[in-house]
Design a protein around this ligand. Structure first.
Ligand code: ATP
Length: 368
């Protein structure tokens, strides 16, 4: 097992005359045995970051250390890492057993029967013992992914690197494998960096998550910290489904004033805002309550669309019943599935003061 340290890592690619900064000055420390999920939208630099750690991509500047040893110039095969890809990357002409033993045969002097024992043991751990003599083409996608995992596990590496390993699986299998991967990682205690664009995987699997956008690290913290205390508007809107609602507000004296929302704020919130007056209010859909009567922070809205999800309903609310639904400001709310509201209903909604987030409108930085 090992620690992993990225210190001011930058990667640029040259595309003709244009320089593409794929990863921009990223610093990260990953603890021994930690499960770190790197997440972000397409093109944010996740795979490039992982490929630099793997030694598959050179590092333009910065220092990469595994267990306090600088490995910038160490070849991939000498880094003691094992990688699992989205594409599985199994050798089609080899049996499952051969796929799993190949790496060990190449990189160690272990006797055949020892390698066989290790493969069998790993096969058992992953529930694929009965598949060891098959070819990859005779396996389902889920089984192939287990073999790819098995191949990584059997090498007993210091670090696992996983690049969207579950994204080719159907939703049910993906959910199953999520749990299984977590259990395996817990049992094996191997430091793991896991890349995904899927926020559910990030929220459920990571000890911590690192959120990238445009090659820059936005936040690294536990999933709940990122969700409840996002550092900026990007993180706030990236995590959470449906996404956080945003409304422009202005600080006027001790009040946040917008077209619909108005909150008086106490001194501690005012000091958080640091004199910035052009602000953006952030409201998570689950922070919106439907109430029977008006009162503080309550307002009338019209139900535009209801999406029943079973245990919950996603409700799209409009503030002005006469407004054009295409362009009207919308507040998305997540409410209990038993709460029956219908399209066209007038309902009273409320957003409690302690549930609001406030961002600097110009920079997106979270202020409160
Ligand atoms: P995705 O989720 O779509 O795989 P990603 O977050 O993994 O995206 P990267 O593949 O790391 O993103 O790419 C980051 C940026 O670097 C993108 O703008 C991409 O086009 C660019 N890039 C990646 N590899 C190369 C390359 N070999 N040459 C030029 N540009 C590249």
């Amino acid at each position: 097992m090992a620690t992993l340290e990225l210190d001011s890592i930058t990667k640029t690619f040259q595309d003709g005359d244009e320089e593409i900064v794929a990863v921009d000055d990223v610093s990260l420390s990953i603890d021994d045995g930690e499960f770190l999920v790197v997440v972000g939208p397409s093109g944010c630099g996740k795979s490039t970051t992982l490929r630099m750690v793997a030694g598959l991509e050179t590092i333009t500047s910065g220092t990469l250390s595994i267990d306090n040893r600088v490995v910038n110039d160490v070849k991939s095969q000498d880094r003691d890492i094992a990688m699992v890809f989205q594409s599985y990357a199994l050798y089609p002409h080899m049996s499952v057993r051969q796929n799993m033993s190949f790496g060990l045969e190449e990189s160690t002097d272990l006797p055949d029967d020892e390698i066989n024992r290790m493969v069998s043991e790993t096969g058992e751990m992953l529930g694929i013992s009965n598949l060891l003599d098959r070819k990859p083409s005779d396996l389902s996608g889920g089984q192939q992914q287990r073999v790819a995992l098995g191949r990584a596990i059997v090498r007993d590496p210091e670090v696992f690197l996983m690049d969207e390993p579950l994204s080719n699986l159907d939703a049910k299998l993906r959910a199953e494998m999520r749990t299984e991967l977590q259990r395996l990682q817990n049992d094996l205690g191997v430091t793991t960096v896991y890349v995904t664009h899927d926020q559910t995987e990030a929220m459920t699997m990571g000890d911590r998550i690192a959120i990238l956008d445009g090659g820059e690290l936005q936040q690294v913290a536990t999933p709940l910290e990122c969700y409840h205390e996002p550092t900026n508007q990007f993180v706030a809107s990236f995590l959470g489904e449906p996404s956080m609602n945003f409304f422009d507000v202005t600080l006027e004296g001790d009040r946040l004033v917008g077209e619909v929302f108005e909150y008086s704020i106490d001194e501690s919130v005012q000091s958080d805002l640091g004199g910035v007056t052009d602000l953006r209010l952030g409201i998570r859909p689950e922070a919106v309550e439907l109430v029977d009567e008006g009162g503080e922070h309550a307002f009338e809205t019209t139900v535009d669309v209801v999406e029943p999800m079973g245990d919950e309903n996603t409700v799209y609310l409009h503030f002005d019943p006469d407004a054009d639904p295409e362009t009207a400001a919308t507040l998305v709310a997540t409410i209990d599935g038993f709460n029956r509201v219908s399209e066209g209903d007038t309902v009273t909604a409320r957003v409690p003061e302690d549930a609001i987030h406030v961002f600097d409108r110009a920079t997106g930085e979270a202020l409160h």
